[in-house]
Design a protein around this ligand. Structure first.
Ligand SMILES: C[S@@+](CC[C@H](N)C(=O)[O-])C[C@H]1O[C@@H](n2cnc3c(N)ncnc32)[C@H](O)[C@@H]1O
Length: 618
């Protein structure tokens, strides 16, 4: 019923005619030019590196099942770079409307950050019980945050006080240059197939509509069955109702995806059963040679499937790939792998040890995300006799994951236990306004409508699909349903306690998330984001006990994100915006000099250009 996709790309791999060679040559020259100019222009490539050109010789799966690497040539980066290569500094944030500030630098030494119960730096400095005086400094025109990063013992509740406060403050909005939709991006590195596969898995796990379960699935299937049995009541032949067609199409598309997930699970499991059958036969018939055992099992299977041996072998090669992915990355990765897995397993480009290591390291992470975001995925496993019990419960960000295969995920509270045995953090989608401080006013509101025009794009903002025109940050602000942001809280391995890692890549200018917490004022002893909407009274956003994943973003002297203010429907928001983030990278912002000036820690960002790594000497 669900056909495996046909191969449409990579046709040239199978041809060797002179014209095919010419086409290949032309394509390669264009590709190499593009990649070289991108790398030459990139800041991230150290000058003493070199680029190696390789080809993959893909052998038939039934011979080895792996591709073989052929090294062609290499070139030094230094030889590539021309003196005219310039850095794009357009994203250096020159103004934002918000600053992170730490309010009266709390007590800290090793690693408790200003956000009540945060992490540790490597440099113990003063007694955790001794408050360190910190004062708020005037705000400059940069939009980098000023986390306090210094607390050792976080307060359980925020306190209003007259103590000096350090915070992030808001400035006029000047958004970073954003890539417009549809704009060409000449400097984009092609992803390898394993990267495409893993990103596909993460995207599907974070998309609440990726699997159709329960009634949706039943309804779609019963519709298909009715249609097949000739009942046309539900969609007359002349019925061109667009809304109905869209709904139906969406239902069937998602259901097919679910059925496809069923298919790969069952096929991977079938390979396990095939091996088990082979082992049993070896014991039953020890007098036969290994090839004879194999032949017997294949013949048995060919008869049941009604396939030729060649056909079965070809399919088995792909199914073995599914099984390898399942063994490395777990069932959840298989379920959410989508159609990309077929191509990956059929052509096996990049299906090597490195890919396996990458898949192994995502095993627990993918399971945490799948269990907490789409717990119903496990019901699919009942087909192959696996446990359908959910293992990871709660909110996806109740867990701090590891990035290596041998690192388990741990409850978030455990990672703060040494500083705060009662640590608790409530995940919010939206900020909450502290009504004790603000009554029924929201200090972030500067316009009351009914019509709101975007200050960035000058187009209309609305919470209805028909009226909204603003597409500035569609992942966060649009009437369309939102998907979860593909990020995870992870255990850093260099003394920063937790951090935030990107599961998928984020384009430059794309929103990572809104800085969400409690909108309050007058707090001391804690880190807050400080901002002001128009002429309103300044406000603070405190993330000590309530907030979202933006709370876990660490500092880097070469950050890949920045804070920016944005007004949606008249309410000021503080948005973490990507400067261009590759999948699997830690998300970072620049906390700014003012934040670090008030800290007695060293910076552990590890960048060659780190400004705060040698603070003792300073
Ligand atoms: C907003 S929190 C970030 C999340 C934090 N790492 C956690 O585990 O909750 C800021 C604190 O993280 C730590 N931190 C962040 N970036 C750092 C860096 N580059 N070097 C050292 N410590 C850092 C500091 O303790 C800082 O006070």
């Amino acid at each position: 019923m669900f056909r495996e996709p046909e191969m449409v790309e990579n046709e040239l791999v199978h041809r060797s005619s002179p014209s095919a060679m010419n086409v290949l040559r032309g394509r390669l020259i264009a590709k190499i030019d593009e990649v070289l100019s991108q790398i030459a222009a990139s800041d991230d490539t150290p000058s003493n590196s070199h680029i190696q050109f390789e080809a993959n010789l893909v052998l038939p799966q039934d011979v080895t099942g792996y591709s073989r690497r052929v090294i062609l040539d290499s070139i030094r980066i230094d030889d590539l770079r021309s003196p005219t290569t310039e850095k794009d500094s357009s994203l250096r944030c020159t103004a934002s409307s918000s600053d992170y500030v730490s309010v009266n630098p709390p007590l800290h030494s090793q690693g408790y950050c200003g956000l009540d119960g945060v992490p540790a730096s490597a440099e113990p400095t003063h007694s955790p019980n001794t408050p360190v005086a910190q004062s708020c400094r005037p705000i400059d025109n940069s939009c980098v945050p000023l986390f306090d990063g210094s607390q050792h013992t976080p307060p359980t509740t925020p306190t209003s006080s007259t103590l000096p406060t350090c915070h992030l403050e808001s400035e006029e909005q000047r958004p970073p240059k954003r890539r417009r939709l549809g704009e060409d991006h000449p400097h984009k590195l092609e992803q390898s197939t394993i990267d495409k596969l893993t990103e596909g898995i993460w995207e599907q796990i974070h998309n609440p509509k990726s699997l159709a379960m329960g009634n949706d699935l039943k309804e779609a299937m019963s519709w298909v069955l009715e249609k097949m049995s000739g009942d046309t009541n539900r969609f007359e032949s002349r019925d061109l109702d667009f809304g109905k067609a869209t709904k139906r199409c969406q239902q069937i598309t998602t259901s097919s995806r679910t059925a496809r997930a069923f298919e790969v699970i069952v096929q991977a499991h079938w390979v396990d059963c095939y091996d088990a059958r082979l082992t049993a036969l070896r014991e039953e018939r020890p007098e036969l040679r290994p090839n004879e055992h194999k032949k017997m099992v294949l013949t048995e299977a060919c008869t049941s499937f009604s396939w030729s041996e060649k056909e079965l072998r070809n399919r088995m090669a792909i199914w073995k790939g599914y099984r390898e992915i399942k063994n490395a990355a777990g069932w959840s990765a298989l379920v959410f792998s989508g159609s990309g897995i077929y191509r990956f397993c059929k052509y096996r480009l990049g299906f090597d040890q490195e890919a396996m290591t990458k898949l192994q390291s995502m095993r627990i992470r993918a399971e945490v995300a799948a269990d907490t975001l789409q717990p119903q995925w496990r019901t699919l496993l009942s087909l192959v006799g696996e446990s359908t019990q959910r293992h990871w419960r709660g909110h996806p960000h109740d867990w701090a994951v590891g990035r290596r295969e041998d690192q388990d995920a741990v409850p978030l509270a455990v990672t703060y236990k040494q500083w705060d045995p009662n640590f608790a953090f409530q995940n919010l989608d939206e900020s909450i306004v502290d009504c004790e401080k603000w009554g029924d006013r929201d200090p972030r509101r500067s316009e009351s409508g009914p019509i709101f025009m975007c200050k960035s794009c000058s187009l209309r903002q609305s919470d209805t699909v028909e009226e909204n025109e603003c597409e500035c940050f569609p992942d966060l602000y649009s009437p369309r349903p939102r998907t979860s942001c593909p990020v995870q809280i992870f255990r850093t391995d260099n003394g920063k306690n937790n951090g935030l890692v990107a599961c998928c890549s984020f384009e430059r200018g794309q929103a990572v998330g809104e800085f969400v917490g409690m909108v309050t004022k007058g707090l001391a002893d804690v880190d807050v984001m400080q901002s002001q909407a128009g002429d309103n009274e300044p406000y603070q956003i405190w993330q000590g006990r309530y907030g979202n994943y933006t709370r876990f973003i660490n500092h880097s002297c070469v950050p890949n994100c920045q804070f920016q203010t944005f007004s949606w429907l008249g309410i000021q928001r503080i948005v973490v915006v990507s400067n261009g983030i590759a999948a699997d990278k830690e998300l970072t912002v620049d906390y700014s000099g003012r934040y670090w000036d008030n800290l007695d820690k060293i910076c552990l960002c590890g960048e060659a250009r780190c400004r705060y790594k040698d603070r003792a000497k300073r």
